[in-house]
Write a protein that binds this ligand. Structure first.
Ligand code: BGC
Ligand code: NOJ
Length: 827
C-alpha cells in the first residue's frame, strides 16, 4: 500500500493517509532552534540541546505511538476533531501532510471546515511558527471552537521524566492576554523562558494540564474540548501547559488566518524582571512582532525556501532516473543537513537525552554536508577537535549546549581519532581553506593545552601507531566503528551498559582490521596533506607507517577469501572461516577494499566477491554472517542482539556504501549501483508496509536475512548512512569529487547509462559538467574538455569565479594517466 508520493516540483513528500506504518517525521530549524514534527503533528521543540533545553514534553515509546505534540482541537458542536487526525482520531473527510524542506503543512477537513497548518522555524529565529488557515468550505455559516495545546517540558528532558517529587511542585506560568508564558525555574538559576502566543484576541485559555484534559481523560478527549470551554486555569506546579481558546464564525467560503508562535527567550541576569516576580517580556514581544502577521510569516517562509534553493544549488544532478535525481538533489542532501545539526541526539528513535554529538559520527556527517555551508563545517571541526585528549584519544560524545565531552561515556574508541582527518580534509578540499589547520584548538576543552588543528591531526594519526597490538594492527580499545564489537568488555551484569561499562584493555590482544583499513585510507590522506603543505619529512614518516600497516593487514589480516575482522582479547581470530558464527564481517571488507590493500594480489576482488556471496540480500548487505545465536562474552553487545538485527547481521545501511566504494575501485559500476539501489529509500516505494519508516530518508538499519521480518527498517534519519550514501553516489558513482587543486571526475556507473549532467558550484565558480558514455563503459575518462580546451588528466582545475563548461567523455581507451592527473596541460 502507498501512503503518499513525492512531489519533486515542490520538494515535498506528500502523505495522504495519516495511518503510516510508523510516524513519518520531519525536522524544522537549521540553527539553534529545532523541532521534530510527525505527519500527525506529534513531536517537540528545543533550543540547541534536546536534553538541556527542551520546550515541550514528548512521551517516547508510548501508547498510542507518537504521543504529545502541538495539537489543535476543533469542536463544531457535532464533531470534535484535529486537523492532523491525531490526537482525536475522528475520521477526516480529507487529510494531507506535506513534509518539505524545514517546514511541514498539515491539512485536515471535516464537515466543510478546512484547517491547514504550516509549521516552521524561521531562519535565525528561536521560535516555531504555526500558520493556520481555517476555511468554511460549505454553503452555510459555521461557528466552532478552536483549542490549541502545548505541554511544557520543565527544560531538562531527563530530569523532567525522573524527578517528579520535585517537578510536580516547580511549574510556573504567566498569562498576558494571548501570550502564555512558561517560566519554571526562571526565578532561580535559569535565564530563559518560553511562550506560546496567538496573534489574535482569545476567548479563554488553560495553563494547567489537569484543568484542560481532566485527570482521567486523554489527549483524544480533553475535558475542556468536550465541554466546549476552557477553565482559564493558572498552573501552580503539576504540569503547566499553554492552550488558547477561540470562538470562530465563518461565512460560506470565508477564511481566517491565525499565527501561533512558540518562542524561546534568554535574558541577561540584570534584565530578567519587569517587576518583582514578573518576567521581562521585551524580547518576547520583539520576537512576536517579527512574525505576527500573515505577510511577515509568508516572507519568512519565502526566505526559508530561497535558503534551501541556494543550498541545493551547489550540487544538482540531471539524470534520466527521477528517483536518483530526487535523492541527490533534494532528500539525501536534506537528511545530511539534519544529521549535521542533530548528530545522533533527537529523532523518534533517539530520545534526545542519551547522546549528544558523536566524535566519529559528526566527523562522518561532514562528508555529506561540507559543500552546503562550509563555514559551519569549519566551526564544527574545531568544536569536535576541542574534545580530543592530549594523547589523541577523544571524548566519544559531547553536549551541543556546553560543547563539553560527555564523562558518562568517556573515550577509548580507537577509531575516533582517524575520523578527524576525514572531516578536516573534506573541509579543505571543498573550501580550499588551509588556514583552518593553523587554528589553535584546545585539548579536553582546556585552552591552555591548545595546539594547532594540524597538530591535532598528527596526534590523531600517531594515536593509531602508538596503540598497535601484537600483529602490528591497531588495538581496538573499547570498540571501533562497530560500537557493539566489545572485545575488552566481558560483561556479565545485565544492569550495566556495554557502551559505558569499564573495559579491561590491560594485557588485551584485541586488534581491529577495520581500523587498519581506516588508517590506510585516512593515513594516505594525511600523507597527501603533508605533501600539499610541503612537509615532506612528515609525509615520508607517515607513508612508512601506512605501508607497514598495509603489510600487517596482508600478513595478519587476511583469511584466504576475505579480510579478518579483528583479533579478540586472547589473540583469537574474529571474522574468520575458522569461526562457527561471525565468519565474515562487512567493515573490514569495506575499509580494506577502499584502502586497496592487496589489490594486485587479488585480495580486494576476492573480499568483495565474498561479500556478494555471503552478505548480500535483496534488501541490502548484512553486517556479518552467520549471525550470532549465542551470547559470546568475549565479543560483547554484538552477540546480544537477536540474529538479523542491528550489529548482529542486520543491514547496517551506514556501511553498505563502503562496499559500493570498494566496487568502484574495481571498476564494477553495475554492482556498485545495484548495492546503492537496494537501500536507497526512493526505490523502496513498493514495499512501504514492510520497510515501515520514512520513504524519503535513509534509516540506520534494515532487518537482515536472519531476522523475523527481513527488509523492515528502523532508526530512520540520524545515521551516518545519510552522509555516506550521498558522498558515495556523488563522488564515487557519479564521480565528481573535490580535490585540493580542483574537481576530480572519475565516474563508475552502470555501463548501460548514456549521459547525465551535474551542476557543481565550487569555490566561487560554477561548473556545468556533462558526462557521456558512448562506448557503454563503467569506468574510465577518455576525454575531458573544459571551456572548450582538452585537459590532460581527470581534474578540472579550480578556475575561480564564473561559469565553466565541462564535457567528460567516458571510454575504454582512457587518455587519463591518474599518476599525472594533477598536471593540467592544454592540448
Ligand atoms: C547500538 C549502536 C550504537 C551504540 C551507541 C548500541 O546499542 O547498537 O548502534 O552505536 O549503542 O549508542
Ligand atoms: C551508531 C553509532 O552512532 C555509530 O557511532 C556507530 O559507529 C554505529 N552505530 C555502529 O555501531
Amino acid at each position: 500500500m502507498k501512503y503518499g508520493f513525492f512531489d519533486d516540483a515542490n520538494r515535498e513528500y506528500v502523505i495522504t493517509d495519516p495511518k503510516t506504518p510508523f510516524p513519518w517525521i520531519n525536522y524544522l530549524g537549521n540553527h539553534d532552534f529545532f523541532s521534530l514534527v510527525s505527519n500527525t503533528a506529534g513531536g517537540y521543540s528545543f533550543y540547541k540541546d534536546a536534553k538541556f533545553r527542551r520546550l515541550n514534553r514528548y512521551r517516547y515509546n508510548n501508547v498510542p505511538m507518537d504521543n504529545g505534540g502541538r495539537y489543535f482541537y476543533i469542536n463544531d458542536g457535532e464533531n470534535i476533531w484535529s486537523p492532523g487526525w491525531k490526537p482525536v482520531k475522528t475520521p477526516l473527510d480529507h487529510y494531507e501532510c506535506r513534509h518539505g524542506l524545514s517546514y511541514t503543512t498539515i491539512k485536515g477537513q471535516k464537515a466543510d471546515i478546512e484547517a491547514e497548518v504550516t509549521f516552521f522555524v524561521p531562519l535565525n529565529a528561536w521560535a516555531e511558527v504555526q500558520k493556520m488557515k481555517l476555511t468554511n468550505k460549505g454553503k452555510t455559516e459555521k461557528t466552532f471552537k478552536l483549542f490549541s495545546y502545548n505541554e511544557w517540558c520543565l527544560w531538562n528532558a531527563e530530569d523532567d521524566q525522573n524527578n517528579l517529587q520535585r517537578n510536580l511542585s516547580t511549574g510556573e506560568v504567566e498569562i498576558d492576554g494571548a501570550t502564555l508564558y512558561h517560566k519554571t525555574e526562571y526565578k532561580e538559576r535559569r535565564n530563559h523562558y518560553a511562550f506560546y502566543h496567538l496573534n489574535q484576541e482569545i476567548d479563554g485559555y488553560d495553563t494547567d494540564r489537569e484543568s484542560f484534559i481532566g485527570l482521567y481523560n486523554e489527549f483524544s478527549n480533553p475535558r475542556a474540548v468536550l465541554d466546549g470551554k476552557p477553565s482559564n486555569s493558572e498552573a501552580h506546579g503539576w504540569s503547566p501547559i499553554a492552550s488558547h481558546y477561540k470562538e470562530i464564525t465563518l461565512a460560506p467560503g470565508e477564511s481566517t488566518d491565525l499565527i501561533f508562535i512558540l518562542g524561546y527567550i534568554e535574558n541577561e541576569e540584570e534584565e530578567k524582571w519587569e517587576s518583582k516576580g514578573v518576567i521581562n517580556k521585551t524580547k518576547a514581544k520583539a520576537l512576536i512582532d517579527q512574525y505576527n502577521t500573515v505577510e511577515k510569516v509568508d516572507a519568512a517562509l519565502k526566505e526559508l525556501a530561497d535558503y534551501w534553493t541556494e543550498l541545493l544549488s551547489v550540487i544538482t544532478l540531471n539524470h534520466a532516473d527521477d528517483k536518483l535525481n530526487r535523492m541527490v538533489n533534494i532528500w539525501n542532501q536534506y537528511q545530511c543537513m539534519v544529521t549535521f545539526n542533530m548528530s545522533r541526539s533527537a529523532s523518534f528513535f533517539e530520545v534526545g537525552i542519551g547522546r549528544g554529538m558523536g566524535f566519529r559520527d559528526s566527523n562522518q556527517d561532514l562528508i555529506g554536508f561540507v559543500h552546503q555551508v562550509p563555514e559551519r563545517a569549519r566551526e564544527r571541526i574545531i568544536d569536535i577537535a576541542s574534545t580530543q585528549f592530549p594523547d589523541g584519544g577523544c571524548y566519544h560524545q559531547y553536549q551541543p549546549l556546553t560543547k563539553r565531552g560527555n564523562d558518562a561515556i568517556g573515550g577509548g574508541f580507537n577509531d575516533d581519532p582517524m575520523w578527524l582527518i576525514l572531516g578536516t580534509v573534506s573541509y579543505i578540499k571543498e573550501s580550499g581553506d588551509f588556514s583552518i589547520l593553523d587554528e589553535m584548538v584546545p585539548f579536553d576543552n582546556d585552552p591552555s593545552l591548545a595546539q594547532t588543528l594540524f597538530d591535532h591531526l598528527t596526534i590523531s594519526f600517531n594515536h593509531v601507531i602508538n596503540n598497535l597490538g601484537p600483529n602490528g594492527l591497531p588495538l581496538i580499545g573499547r570498540a571501533d566503528w562497530n560500537d557493539c564489537l566489545n572485545l575488552n568488555c566481558f560483561s556479565k551484569d545485565p544492569n550495566e551498559s556495554f557502551q559505558t561499562t569499564e573495559n579491561n584493555t590491560e594485557g588485551s590482544k584485541a586488534e581491529s582490521v577495520m581500523i587498519a583499513g581506516l588508517f590506510v585510507v585516512y593515513g594516505t590522506d594525511y600523507v597527501a596533506l603533508c605533501q600539499e603543505l610541503g612537509k615532506t619529512e612528515e609525509a615520508e614518516r607517515a607513508q612508512n607507517c601506512v605501508d607497514a600497516m598495509k603489510e600487517a593487514v596482508k600478513q595478519f589480516g587476511w583469511d584466504g577469501e576475505w579480510f579478518l575482522r579483528a583479533y579478540d582479547f586472547y589473540g583469537n581470530k574474529v571474522g574468520s572461516d575458522e569461526n562457527e558464527e561471525g565468519k565474515i564481517f562487512i567493515e573490514s571488507q569495506g575499509w580494506c577494499s577502499m584502502a586497496e590493500i592487496g589489490l594486485e594480489e587479488g585480495m580486494v576482488e576476492k573480499a568483495l566477491d565474498s561479500v556478494k556471496e555471503r552478505l548480500d540480500t535483496p534488501y541490502g548487505i548484512v553486517l556479518n554472517n552467520p549471525a550470532f545465536t549465542e551470547y559470546k562474552i568475549e565479543y560483547g553487545e554484538i552477540s546480544t542482539y537477536p540474529a538479523g538485527y542491528k550489529e548482529n547481521a542486520g543491514i547496517f545501511c551506514h556501511n553498505n556504501p563502503w562496499i559500493m566504494i570498494g566496487e568502484t575501485k574495481l571498476g564494477r559500476g553495475n554492482q556498485a549501483w545495484e548495492y546503492f539501489k537496494q537501500i536507497c529509500p526512493a526505490y523502496l516505494e513498493d514495499i512501504h508496509d514492510l520497510h515501515k519508516v520514512e520513504p524519503y530518508v535513509y534509516c540506520q538499519m534494515i532487518a537482515g536475512k536472519d531476522a523475523y521480518k527481513p527488509g523492515e527498517g528502523k532508526n530512520s534519519w540520524l545515521s551516518g548512512t545519510a552522509a555516506w550514501n550521498f558522498y558515495t553516489v556523488v563522488q564515487h558513482i557519479l564521480g565528481v569529487s573535490p580535490e585540493y587543486k580542483g574537481l576530480k571526475v572519475d565516474p563508475c556507473i552502470p555501463n548501460e547509462w548514456d549521459t547525465y549532467s551535474i551542476n557543481r558550484k565550487f569555490r566561487g565558480g560554477e561548473y556545468a559538467i556533462t558526462i557521456s558514455n558512448p562506448d557503454k563503459v563503467s569506468k574510465g575518462v577518455a576525454k575531458l574538455i573544459v571551456n572548450g580546451e582538452v585537459i590532460e588528466g581527470n581534474i578540472i582545475p579550480d578556475l575561480g569565479e564564473g561559469n565553466h563548461k565541462v564535457e567528460v567523455i567516458m571510454g575504454t581507451t582512457s587518455l587519463v594517466d591518474s599518476a599525472s592527473a594533477e598536471a593540467v596541460v592544454a592540448e
